[in-house]
Design a binder for this molecule. Structure first.
Ligand SMILES: C[S@@+](CC[C@H](N)C(=O)[O-])C[C@H]1O[C@@H](n2cnc3c(N)ncnc32)[C@H](O)[C@@H]1O
Length: 284
């Protein structure tokens, strides 16, 4: 008999949300957009010889980029079947099926041999996992499948250690709307992420902190670049319709609108958070 794993209400809501985002075929669900991805890949020194793993790959935009830009072999995994269905379609449409492989998997149980990859990357994965113990478990798996001396790169949302609790509360609401409900996002500072990597045996060798200001309009520009204007309009209409129908997800995501104004446009608060690019190296 198949054993179904029990999941919490928060986890259920989060997965439902990512299935919807997967259905919308939304290619950039992170801060920093396309330029952050280009920067992260450069910091990780990806090249043609690299065997790359992307964890939490969503609909596979970055995974396919790695195949196309570097000619590298790359595996993208995500827990959402809908994300992976559209990722496979993207690889086929772009003609990179020979270099790119997608699988539905949980980062907590990666189905790969120890020391399989030269580079492991993730964009907005750790910060949506929530509890520190869950992040630690994910990092241990990532550590296991990374080759010795190889690089692990992440783009994660951070909140400044000095952020007042009022700002943290609003940030939590904003990020739930932007990156999915069900996760407590306004939790970790860049220093805390750095420590979590180091504690797993992945000392950080490069770190680049970026504030949030301006990232929202940049995201819309990047989405139009990848999806085309008509594609972006189709997605906007479909997302609005789906969220009107799903009242539970609508309530969670609509909270973002007022919080967004406060966090991204208000000079007093917007400098307290942003995205951090982290590159660590597995000890030899
Ligand atoms: C914020 S989105 C980022 C997606 C993509 N990296 C991007 O930048 O557009 C987080 C992704 O992590 C996936 N995810 C969540 N929990 C996961 C888990 N335990 N294992 C693998 N993927 C997971 C979600 O399905 C979602 O696609």
């Amino acid at each position: 008999m198949e054993h179904k794993q029990e999941i919490s209400e928060d986890e259920r809501l989060k997965r439902e949300y990512y299935d919807l985002v997967g259905d919308w075929n939304l290619p950039i669900v992170r801060m920093g957009g396309l330029s952050a991805t280009a920067q992260l890949l450069e910091m990780c020194a990806v090249d043609e010889q690299s065997k790359v793993l992307e964890v939490g790959c969503g609909v596979g935009y970055t995974t396919c980029e790695i195949g196309m830009k570097f000619g590298a072999h790359v595996v993208g995994i995500d827990i959402s079947e809908k994300m992976i269905a559209n990722a496979n379609k993207r690889a086929k449409d772009l003609g990179v099926q020979d270099l790119v492989e997608f699988r539905v998997e949980d980062v907590a149980n990666l189905p790969f041999e120890d020391e399989s990859f030269d580079v492991v990357i993730m964009e907005s994965l750790l910060n949506i996992l929530g509890e520190q113990s869950v992040i630690e478990r994910a990092l241990l798996e990532i550590y296991r499948v990374t080759k010795r001396g190889a690089r692990v790169g992440a783009n994660e949302v951070f909140v400044d250690e000095s952020a007042p609790s009022e700002v943290r509360a609003r940030l939590h609401e904003l990020l739930m709307g932007e990156l999915g409900p069900g996760a407590n996002l306004a939790r970790y500072s860049d220093e805390q992420f750095k420590q979590m990597f180091a504690d797993t045996g992945l000392p950080v060798v490069k770190i680049m902190k970026n504030q949030a200001a301006g990232t929202r309009s940049q995201l819309v520009n990047d989405l139009i670049k990848v999806m085309g204007f008509m594609g972006f309009m189709r997605y906007s209409i479909r997302a609005t319709k789906d969220l009107l129908i799903n009242s539970e997800l609508r309530k969670a995501t609509m909270k973002a609108a007022p919080a967004q104004r406060i966090m991204e446009r208000n000079k007093d608060t917007r400098d307290f958070f942003g995205y951090v690019l982290i590159v660590a190296e597995k000890l030899i």
